[in-house]
Design a protein around this ligand. Structure first.
Ligand SMILES: C[S@@+](CC[C@H](N)C(=O)[O-])C[C@H]1O[C@@H](n2cnc3c(N)ncnc32)[C@H](O)[C@@H]1O
Length: 353
């Protein structure tokens, strides 16, 4: 890649992997139109992950009747049901999929890797979304610049991705990066394009995989969702969209929760999900030495909203890939969080089911 941009040269000097000459090569570098000629009427993520994507899109679109571009669109656009758009354009490579996408009001077949110039006029969209496809862009900075051109000032570009891919078509730098590094890569594409306000990020991990999902037997955890988004420079709100709220399950009022916490002593049920707490032996290690008692009671329900929302919250507030479970201490009759780095952590201490 070549540029006169000082920011870019600074990155280059730090040996950012995106400046390696083969960073955007792919195992299958042949014509994309050939690969995408095959119809793929499949869901690329589990249904809960797709609901999370819809929740993110709904939270961030504040425009009334926006003109939306679904960049690298397939047969579904993951837009909220009640979104009232003035037009929704899809750009992709498979005509049959685009024709069957019931959210699109129009579509365009255009190979962005062959030609990153987008076939739309300046400032013609309020919102551009790109879902589970950024890993296939071979000239991402040029495309992000183009998105900047076709967005109105203050317009939103939202890039959503997960950890699944067609490996033969995903670029090398993506495949060689871990999930956190991919968030940084997309952040770099925004910054290097020079068209956007400072990007924001949102991560959703650790939600339970729907029981009827085809991969439910392989993993209990839903596909992670990462979102990086920014507004085109020049808008009145200067990049300040509403924050995306943690999302999972119904929220109970603080009063109801407090009331339930007061009954844990008699019921030994989790105040957040009502599941029976499990008796857990306090291990003999330095982290637990401050507790005098030998047993605690912990909620081990992997679908407990307290535990599930904890992944998003810990990532947002501490950048840590961990959550916490509800623990009840019978000694002092108090509920508290106990940190867990994985779904399995602490389970070997369960003494009573
Ligand atoms: C994994 S699918 C995702 C489809 C859709 N965005 C979704 O969320 O379900 C990747 C999409 O990227 C599009 N695509 C891949 N390479 C492309 C290219 N070079 N130019 C334009 N679109 C491309 C394909 O048409 C395909 O629909």
């Amino acid at each position: 890649m070549e540029t006169n941009n000082a920011y870019y040269r600074n990155f280059e000097s730090q040996l950012d992997p995106i400046f390696r000459p083969d960073a955007f090569s792919r195992p299958d570098d042949s014509d994309d139109k050939k690969f995408y000629r095959t119809d793929r009427f499949v869901s690329h993520l589990d249904s809960l992950a797709l609901d999370t994507a819809r929740h993110i899109i709904k939270s961030l679109i504040v425009e009334k009747n926006p003109a939306i571009l679904d960049l690298m669109a397939g047969w579904e656009s993951h837009l909220p049901e009640d979104l009232d758009a003035s037009r929704i354009t899809g750009l992709g490579l498979n005509e049959n999929e685009l024709k069957n996408n019931n959210r699109l009001t129009q579509y365009v077949i255009h190979d962005m890797n062959e030609n990153p110039e987008l076939p739309f006029s300046d400032a013609s969209f309020d919102v551009v979304i790109n879902t589970v496809s950024v890993d296939y862009m071979t000239q991402p900075v040029a495309v992000f610049k183009e998105v900047g051109r076709i967005l109105k000032p203050g317009g939103l570009f939202l890039v959503i991705f997960s950890n699944r891919m067609f490996p033969q078509k995903a670029v090398k730098v993506w495949q060689e990066s871990d999930e956190n590094e991919r968030v940084i890569l997309v952040n770099d594409f925004f910054e290097l394009s020079g068209a956007f306000e400072k990007p924001s990020r949102y991560v959703s991990k650790g939600k339970p995989r729907p029981k009827d999902d085809k991969y439910a037997h392989q993993t209990p955890v839903s596909d992670p969702i990462y979102a990086v988004y920014a507004e085109k420079k020049g808008g009145v709100s200067k990049g300040k969209r509403p924050a995306i709220r943690d999302w999972y399950g119904e929220r109970m009022s603080a009063e109801t929760l407090e009331k339930k916490k007061r009954t844990v002593k008699e019921t030994l049920h989790c105040p957040h999900c009502d599941e029976k707490l499990k008796k857990w032996e306090v291990p003999d290690n330095p982290f637990c030495q401050t507790w005098d008692n030998h047993f605690m009671y912990i909620c081990f329900n992997d679908e407990c909203p307290y535990f599930v929302r904890g992944w998003d919250r810990m990532y947002r507030e501490t950048n840590q890939g961990m959550s916490y479970r509800l623990m009840y201490n019978p000694e002092n009759d108090r509920c508290m969080p106990i940190p867990v780095p994985t779904h399995m952590a602490l389970k070997d201490g369960i003494v009573e089911n």
